[in-house]
Design a binder for this molecule. Structure first.
Ligand code: ATP
Length: 599
């Protein structure tokens, strides 16, 4: 044993002396000469390749380092370290050390060398791979690409997610970014189970879709619109997405960007594998065409600086040529009021998935109770289920109540009191509205988070969890009572339009039907001349969403198209009528001697 050790030690000493005293050119020559007679092939991977960084070298640093403890021959010396952009320690081969990796049963011998060139003050580093010549094709076509791919995944998993914000003007993004230390994950995010799964699946498909996107000629990017009342978890969902994918977040404050070209500059300086977030897109900026970007004088004293980024600038940035300057990009818009957003921004291809974050349902409450109190069931769940069905309460509010004490019983009782108070408040508000409006539809369709936005309310409140007015069952669906006659008529005329819907959940299907019936109701109660183009386009956008979920509403789509085409004619007629009226009035005034010129 002692003699074996001394032989190994002598070989190691000889080897390191050889490397130290024999110049690299001579060593290379000697190796090449000896290999002429060998069945082994050697490949050298230098730090730089043809004048630029060698991606394979960098991949090897990660791959061999991560394999260091599982390789068939563990190296005697390892380099180890960590920096602030990494979550965990990383390992690498130290100078002149070797490792044997096994791939598809074939032994791959790796060694790492470095050589300091004192004239150039430059350290040359390289890896050397030796394997049997018969595996050359496999190494070229499978092993090395596998290393590059795996190293990328290892690196992505180990990197700390960064958060960047705009500094305004041409200053670009905050230079270093701060570590995103947000604890929200898909496990802790309370969201309807099915919807959460749909989002996760969509992200998975996107991440695995590089080849698919290339094949169909589409830029590898995905857009999500997150909408819903404040406090329902839009920002939390973004954090969960970033943590799940290990993507950096670039938080774009459009109001701080002073021109379309600054926006271009910012997008060109985002890293790959990142999420571009524009929060509250409806109110952070009013996007208009360039012509209207003038200073608006609200009154004599107040001048409002107009938006500097135009709608076309933003559209260009999202899906114009500029958007191909990066890979694996996700764009997320959030809003409390989907109907205030220009439909051009919402169409598929720009915002591929619209995710509605609703008020708290019983299912979301149960997830919050599990997160905050570690309970999955309790006697007090039953009254809470009843109250949550009647009250509009956000997950943020419920979470706030559950945080007050760790004692489950006390916490749930406090939540019940909170929900009862809220129910009374909402009921008082409802009565106030009823007596003010004297109109059942208007009062019940008003949303407490946006009393002004009827169109938004007509859609947002349709989630079964958010029903404030009485519900009714029509066939197997539960729908707002006031929409029940419309649904009955639709089912009689067109059959079950949700029969082929991509969602099997009755709850979801009911909410799709409420959206469709809400649109029909709006069309029924509004005179054609009072419908704005924006309202119609927003209805079309909802119908488009329903179609993408395989809800059969082509007849409604067709009807909306017809109305949209008719609007200019209606406006034209209105103008002609007004002109005629003015003509008649002027003639009458002239005849009766009341015209300005006579006066
Ligand atoms: N769905 C949810 N699951 C778990 N926690 C939630 C959820 N929604 C809200 N919360 C809690 O409420 C807090 C505020 O929620 P968040 O900021 O995500 O809401 P938001 O919809 O983005 O609100 P806003 O529209 O005002 O920006 C979160 O930090 C989290 O603690």
């Amino acid at each position: 044993m002692g003699s074996t050790l001394s032989v190994v030690a002598s070989v190691a000493i000889l080897r390191s002396s050889f490397n130290e005293f024999v110049p690299q050119e001579l060593r290379t020559y000697l190796w090449d000469f000896s290999r002429r007679f060998s069945s082994e092939l050697a490949m050298v991977v230098e730090q730089s390749h043809e004048g630029s960084t060698n991606d394979l070298f960098n991949a090897l640093v990660t791959y061999l380092g991560s394999n260091a403890f599982s390789a068939s021959t563990i190296p005697q010396r390892l380099a180890v370290g960590k920096n602030e952009s990494m979550k965990q320690l990383t390992f690498g081969l130290d100078k002149n050390s070797e490792i044997v990796d096994t791939f598809h049963g074939v032994k791959m011998r790796w060694a790492y060398y470095s050589d300091y060139n004192s004239a150039l003050h430059y350290e040359l580093r390289w890896y050397e791979l030796r394997f049997h010549k018969q595996h050359t094709d496999m190494v070229k076509n499978k092993y090395l690409p596998y290393i590059i791919d795996l190293a990328k995944r290892i690196k992505d998993q180990n990197r700390v997610v960064k958060f960047y914000t705009t500094r305004g003007g041409r200053d670009g993004w905050s230079s270093k970014g701060i570590n995103l230390d947000h604890p929200m994950t898909f496990e802790t995010l309370a969201m309807d189970g099915e919807l959460k799964q749909v989002v996760i699946e969509d992200l998975n498909n996107f991440i695995r879709g590089k080849e698919y996107y290339r094949k169909i000629g589409k830029i590898w990017k995905r857009g999500y619109l997150l909408y819903g009342p404040p406090g329902t978890g839009k920002s939390s969902l973004i954090a969960a997405m970033a943590n799940y994918l290990n993507f950096d977040i670039y938080n774009l404050n459009l109001a701080a960007v002073n021109s379309d070209s600054s926006l271009e500059y910012l997008l060109l300086h985002m890293s790959n594998r990142s999420i571009l977030v524009v929060e509250d897109i409806d109110c952070s900026i009013m996007l208009h065409n360039r012509q209207s970007a003038e200073h608006h004088q609200l009154d004599q004293n107040i001048t409002v600086r107009p938006p500097q980024v135009t709608l076309s600038g933003l559209l260009n940035a999202i899906d114009g040529l500029l958007s191909c300057c990066g890979d694996e990009r996700i764009v997320v818009f959030t809003t409390n009021y989907k109907d205030r957003i220009d439909p051009a921004l919402l169409r598929a291809g720009r915002m591929d998935m619209h995710v509605y974050l609703s008020y708290c349902t019983f299912s979301t409450f149960k997830q919050l109770a599990a997160n905050y109190l570690d309970i999955w069931d309790h006697d007090l769940f039953s009254p809470i289920e009843k109250l949550i069905g009647q009250v509009q309460v956000t997950p943020a509010e419920v979470a706030g109540e559950l945080m007050k004490t760790k004692d489950p019983k006390a916490s749930l009782e406090a939540l019940i009191t909170f929900l009862e108070n809220k129910a009374n408040d909402q009921s008082d508000q409802q009565h106030g509205n009823d007596s003010k409006d004297g109109h059942q539809f208007q009062s019940s369709s008003k949303s407490t988070f946006d009393p002004a936005d009827k169109v938004s309310a007509a859609k947002e409140e349709k989630s079964p969890a958010v029903v404030a007015s009485p519900s009714m069952k029509v066939s197997e669906y539960t729908i707002k009572a006031e929409l029940a006659p419309i649904l009955e008529a639709v089912l009689t005329k067109y059959g079950d339009i949700c029969a082929n819907s991509s969602s099997k959940s009755i709850q979801f299907r009911s909410s799709f039907l409420e959206i469709a019936c809400g649109i029909i109701q709006k069309l029924q109660i509004t005179a054609l001349k009072d419908l704005t183009e924006l309202e119609l386009k927003s209805m079309l956008s909802s119908v488009h969403d329903l179609e993408s979920l395989n809800v059969e509403v082509s007849w409604l789509h067709h009807r909306l198209d017809e109305i949209l085409q008719a609007i200019p004619l209606i406006e034209h007629c209105a103008v002609s009528r007004e002109e005629k009226r003015q003509d008649v009035q002027e003639t009458t005034e002239c005849c009766s001697g009341k015209s300005n010129s006579v006066r």
